[in-house]
Design a protein around this ligand. Structure first.
Ligand code: ADP
Ligand code: ZN
Ligand code: ZN
Length: 730
């Protein structure tokens, strides 16, 4: 009786598909990749279970075309995590499993695997008598070449010498040569290299608490003000895990923004550290992934998708800046890497540390209710003092070109004292609006409910939502008046204004436009590190995690948008952003100050921020969330639909609502309502909000009803998606 493979294949399938093994080949193991036919294409799937029967007629099952791996490349840890994620986010299992593979491993041309292999001589191979192969010159050539080579030789190089892989496999069977993945920094030492700092008392307490919790599932919140030395705590806990023979996974919000963290890890742990993020080439990702999976690399630092990397010896997970929204994927599989880190740590029975100076309200709630152990670092490390924060009332001090007089004075003083100024403005481009001063016409995006942003160098109008670009109109298209005016400030305009105002002082701008390449960003950060007087202008890219020793003044140009956000997370986001960017001021010996321009100095949110009392803010914000039934006191899921017509999106959601409502015990089904930006990239968007005080009924409802929605005729006319635990409701 043939065994049947349950294969997770990419596509909209809510469960794995059944296949037969490829003819004449041994049954592949669970966790290996197979090439299988799907419709008229061939795709790469992963065997997730092996069964003795199928719900389908076995005579009609198709066989796999090839088995791509000799042994599992996804272990049960990852398969369990993928199953959990598929279930929790109600997402097709094959799509989740595809995320667990580096892009190269998702391609059906199995050759990519061979090219990555390398071969080396074994001890037996070194000692053996070549005379036994007189009639196999290829084997002699292979052995001679590998004996001479210092380390391993890639399969590609051997192929180039006319040595085919069959020959090598035959030698491998005789234990004369061995294959391994061609690792970038191979066989690396895991022992600490750089010196640890002497931990201060609170750090020492935190480190020993984490070390005590290493061998079982324990979740920690490392709640430490900016500059308090959280990284040192991670490093010392990591060193303990490594010394115990375990691997460590560290997640960071955006790797391009944290070369310093990477550098610090490398200094401490040397070549055992590898990184994974989407900015790397596919080959580099494959190498890093393979070296972690095979246990050669001991520390993996990566962005959110690194959570899916197999780590045979995983012993500790660190999530730095756990409040950061980049941990949540915003399309496709809308997962939270932070939440998956907790699930994975629980499954693996290891410790997980969430660190932040401004923890998310969800995490604080979990810490308060005792689910996480709450560790505090209450003061800055070394001699650094906390910065002082002050508001500048823009009603008394009107701005010219976005800058008030007191702010300009403070900047001049700071530069004169030989220090650096960081100017924070979370709006890239030159100006957010182009307007005709005669008739009031405004440049709107033709495809979105949004204004187009004015950009300089290269000049033009750009929509930040859909990417539409237009040349700057020389005249108003409505009344013909010449030269419509840019209104408001973006980072480019602020850069220009500062250059003009502080002539001779270097201005470094850091935003997505100025740092399109990693090199550009690294160069900019290096210039800042030098520490000579300079003005730094940037978006939230500058606010995250950096250590800029010479910055003593931080200017927040325009934060008022966050005071009146339509989103229930608006105030949380504002408090986090301002306190994080404030945390860049005065991190070394020189004291720092923070000046915040606002038209609303009396707004209650400012008082907690000025006191740098994130916990006071969090307490009142949590009380508000509890009263209004919002997370973390309620569980949300958002059913989104978009279509070329408003009608199609609404019809689908109304039908969906009709299916969900009657089954919705304990779950409120609200909507449909239009999305905040109803039209985006030429499509109309609407949504249905599902809200429940308990998780179980919400997920039960989704599990029962989603398969039915898949089959609705209305579903074919829209693109729809489900977002579990959405971070914004629009
Ligand atoms: P955080 O991640 O909490 O913002 P960092 O880990 O970046 O803080 O530490 C801030 C600064 O304090 C760094 O320059 C770091 O080298 C220094 N530092 C951290 N711990 C100590 C310590 N125990 N003794 C001296 N300096 C320390
Ligand atoms: Zn006009
Ligand atoms: Zn647009």
């Amino acid at each position: 009786m043939a065994l049947i493979l349950a294969v997770a294949v990419p596509g909209p399938f809510r469960s794995p598909l059944d296949y037969l093994p490829a003819p004449k080949l041994p049954t592949p193991a669970i966790g290996t990749r197979v090439k299988v036919p799907l419709g008229r294409r061939n795709v790469v799937g992963v065997v997730v279970s092996i069964q003795s029967d199928s719900r389908l007629d076995p005579a009609r099952l198709r066989p796999a075309i090839a088995h791509l791996d000799a042994s599992a490349i996804l272990d049960t840890d990852i398969l369990d995590l993928a199953r959990w994620a598929a279930d929790y986010y109600h997402h097709p299992i094959g799509e989740v499993i595809a995320r667990c593979l580096p892009p190269r491993h998702r391609r059906p041309d199995a050759a990519t695997l061979r090219r990555m292999l390398a071969w080396q001589i074994t001890a037996t191979g070194l000692a053996c008598d070549l005379g036994q192969f007189v009639r196999a010159p290829a084997k002699v050539r292979a052995l001679t070449h590998l004996r001479r080579a210092a380390g391993s030789v890639t399969a590609a190089e051997l192929t180039g010498l006319g040595i085919r892989s069959e020959v090598l496999k035959q030698l491998e069977a005789l234990d004369l040569v061995a294959s391994k993945a061609a690792l970038a920094p191979g066989g690396a030492p895991a022992s600490p290299m750089g010196e640890a700092l002497t931990a201060h008392a609170e750090q020492a307490q935190a480190v020993s608490a984490i070390i005590d919790g290493l061998d079982r599932f324990t979740a920690f919140l490392l709640d430490g003000v900016t500059g308090s030395g959280k990284t040192e705590v991670y490093l010392q806990a990591m060193a303990a895990a490594l010394a115990a023979g375990r691997q460590v996974l560290m997640l960071v919000p955006e790797i391009g923004l944290t070369p310093q963290t990477q550098e610090r890890l490398r200094q401490r742990f040397g070549e055992a550290v590898v990184t994974l993020h989407s900015g790397m080439t596919d080959v580099a990702r494959l190498r890093a992934w393979e070296s972690v999976r095979r246990g050669a690399a001991r520390v993996l630092i990566g962005t959110r998708s690194a959570i899916f990397t197999p780590m045979p010896d995983l012993g500790l997970i660190v999530v730095d800046e756990e409040h950061d929204e980049s941990y949540k994927q915003q399309d496709g599989l809308r997962y939270s890497a932070r939440d998956l880190a907790l699930i994975r740590a629980r499954n693996r029975n290891v410790a997980v540390v969430l660190g932040s100076a401004t923890p998310s309200l969800e995490t604080l709630h979990n810490a308060r209710s005792g689910r996480y152990r709450h560790l505090h670092l209450s003061a800055r490390a070394g001699n650094a003092l906390p910065p002082t924060l002050r508001l500048i009332d823009l009603r008394r001090h009107p701005v010219v070109d976005g800058l008030s007089e007191p702010l300009k004075q403070a900047m001049a003083e700071t530069l004169a004292a030989g220090n650096q100024v960081l100017v924070f403005l979370n709006r890239r481009g030159f100006a957010p609006v182009l307007r005709c001063s005669d008739c009031g016409w405004i440049a709107d995006c033709p495809r979105c409910d949004a204004r187009m942003t004015v950009h300089s160098r290269p000049g033009g109008l750009r929509c930040h939502h859909c990417g539409t670009a237009r040349p700057l109109p020389p005249r108003c298209p409505q009344c013909g008046a010449p030269e419509p005016m840019p209104v408001g400030q973006g980072t480019q305009r602020t850069e220009a204004v500062l250059k003009q105002h502080f002539q001779g002082v270097p201005v470094v701008r850091i935003d997505r436009d100025s740092t399109a390449s990693q090199q550009a960003l690294t160069a900019a950060l290096e210039q800042i590190q030098v520490g000579a007087p300079a003005l730094l202008v940037g978006t939230q890219m500058l606010a995250k995690g950096h250590h800029f020793p010479a910055v003593t003044l931080v200017a927040v140009l325009d934060a008022d948008g966050g005071l009146f956000s339509a989103d229930f997370r608006g105030s949380e986001r504002l408090a986090q952003q301002v306190l994080q960017v404030a945390g860049r001021a005065g991190r070394a010996e020189r004291p720092g100050r923070v000046l915040i321009q606002t038209l609303q100095p009396e707004h209650p949110l400012w008082s907690a921020i000025l006191d740098q009392d994130y916990h006071a803010f969090a307490k009142s914000a949590l009380a508000e969330r509890s009263e209004t039934g919002l997370p973390p006191y309620a569980h949300l899921a958002l059913l989104r639909a978009e279509a070329p017509t408003r009608d199609a999106a609404w019809t689908f959601l109304e039908t969906a609502s009709g299916k969900l409502q009657p089954a919705a015990q304990g779950v409120a089904v609200l909507g449909p309502i239009p999305a905040l930006r109803e039209r985006l990239a030429g499509r109309y968007r609407a949504q249905l909000l599902l809200q429940s005080s308990e998780r179980a009924p919400l997920h039960g409802l989704l599990r029962r009803c989603l398969p039915e929605l898949d089959g609705l005729p209305e579903a074919r006319r829209v693109r729809w998606s489900l977002d579990v635990d959405p971070i914004d409701l629009y």
